[in-house]
Design a protein around this ligand. Structure first.
Ligand code: EPZ
Length: 416
């Protein structure tokens, strides 16, 4: 198990450049299966989830290589088998996008069930509901999703819950279907718009991405594309919260400020000063922030992926914060670790009641999922004394050079 040693209680100051969005990259990399010709993806974050996905494509017969540190070349012409074994797919959640991408390309596929962070039940019923609307039969058999169709045709699907994954998957499958598909109650996340832009570039007709209704006109003849991935709003939000939690002053650069509005608004409520320009946001934390209530919601609500880092910050704010996790039911496991540091938090179902304490104390703490790991680093940075943070391999799934960036902002953080 990799670990970090953090000596806390230092204000973080300076600039942090934000990389490309992990959750856009892991959707667009499988989407290259639908392109006819080699694609180039720029601004790809070299995080381990991206690496694992590239390895899977290479094993399946595609040619995927890094042109430079952040640019991927992908040629999927030689990938001619619509089967992805479960021992590959169980390495990460985003492998489920191979279901939609394979279906869109081949009209049928057998893809192992996905793995990923253990943050509560993560059903795929809405993904399958969408595939059914395109005329596909599905069956779960020995850990695989077996999908068959006489040829996909455009259909109409109304999602019962707003799901990023199901929206992406149905867009991918619909890209290769005959006719037009309409998705209602679609997710509106910026990563969905990024995927739509990629699909439009390769000749698929996608309209309405970013709203609750998306129309996809499938294309038989498709092109190749050069596409640059949008900035990672979750990485940016993590550094914004780190500024607030340490009473520091950080400018995150290379971001789309509109994507971070829910975070900006909440940080202002806690007393942070937040200013922004065309592609940067600057957060100046208060000496000690004040409590706020928070509910996670699909975009443009407050992102579940920042609930954990934000709660670490609120653990030291003055007053009582009520944090409601509406997306994933098991995203409070890290609270036990914060308690080791002296946090006063009570979890009741989907709600955490956080009584702000004067001080968190350095401790030995363990992360069990990706965003819990950044949350624990933030807690350690704002705590007195030394912390040992275990489970850092989770952090590397979604953040690139996290410790390096923090060090450049003045953090005392070392890998052990
Ligand atoms: C994506 O997960 C992200 N993962 C998550 O990021 C993110 O937390 C989440 O969206 C919400 O924003 C990727 O993009 C790879 P959902 P996903 O389907 O697609 C329920 C991170 O840390 N649901 O939008 O799995 C589900 O249980 C990760 O970067 C169904 O009921 O999330 C949840 O309650 C973690 N049936 C809600 O919908 C379904 O078929 C939203 O999940 C699908 C989902």
């Amino acid at each position: 198990m990799e670990k970090y040693i953090v000596n806390g209680n230092h204000k973080l100051t300076g600039e942090a450049n934000i990389h490309g969005a992990k959750n856009a990259a892991v959707a667009i990399i499988p989407a290259t299966l639908l392109a006819q010709g080699p694609c180039v993806l720029e601004n790809v974050p070299p995080v381990t989830d991206v690496g694992v996905l590239c390895d899977i494509l290479n094993i399946l017969g595609a040619k995927v290589s890094w042109r430079d540190k952040f640019t991927l070349e992908l040629d999927t012409a030689n990938l001619n088998k619509a089967v992805v074994p479960a021992d590959l797919t169980n390495k990460l959640r985003a492998s489920y996008y191979l279901m939609g991408a394979m279906l869109g390309r081949f009209g049928q596929a057998t893809v192992g069930l996905p793995g990923g962070c253990k943050i509560g039940p993560r059903p795929i019923d809405q993904h399958l509901k969408g595939f059914h609307a395109l005329g596909c039969e599905t069956e779960i058999k020995s850990g695989d999703v077996v999908m068959t169709s006489p040829g996909l045709t455009g259909g109409h699907v109304y999602f019962d819950v707003v799901s990023v994954g199901a929206t992406v998957n149905v867009m991918l499958a619909a890209a290769g279907a005959e006719g037009t598909t309409v998705i209602e109650n679609a997710a509106r996340e910026p990563e969905i718009i990024d995927l739509a832009n990629f699909l439009n570039q390769i000749g698929v007709g996608v309209k309405g991405a970013g709203t609750g209704t998306i129309r996809i006109s499938g294309a038989k003849e498709r092109d190749n594309a050069v596409h640059s991935i949008i900035p990672d709003r979750i990485e940016a939000g993590t550094f914004m919260i780190a500024a607030a939690a340490t009473g520091g002053d950080i400018r995150v650069k290379g971001v789309i400020p509109r994507h971070l509005e829910p975070v900006t608004a909440k940080l202002r409520e806690t007393g942070s000063q937040v200013t922004e320009g065309d592609d940067w946001i600057q957060v100046q934390g208060a000496e000690r922030g004040c409590a706020v209530d928070l509910k996670t919601l699909p975009y443009p609500g407050f992102p579940t992926d920042l609930q954990q880092p934000m709660s670490s910050y609120l653990a030291r704010c003055t007053g009582t914060s009520v944090v409601t996790e509406n997306i994933f039911e098991n995203r409070f496991r890290y609270v036990e670790e914060l308690k080791r540091m002296g946090a006063n938090i009570k979890v009741e179902g989907r709600v955490a009641i956080i009584e702000g304490v004067d001080e968190l104390e350095g401790s030995v703490i363990t992360a069990h999922d990706l965003r819990a790991s950044s949350a624990l680093v933030i807690a350690a940075l704002s705590a007195s004394g030394q912390s040992e943070i275990r489970g850092i391999e989770f952090l590397n799934r979604g953040y690139y050079d996290f410790a390096g960036k923090l060090e450049r902002l003045g953090a005392r953080i070392k890998k052990d």
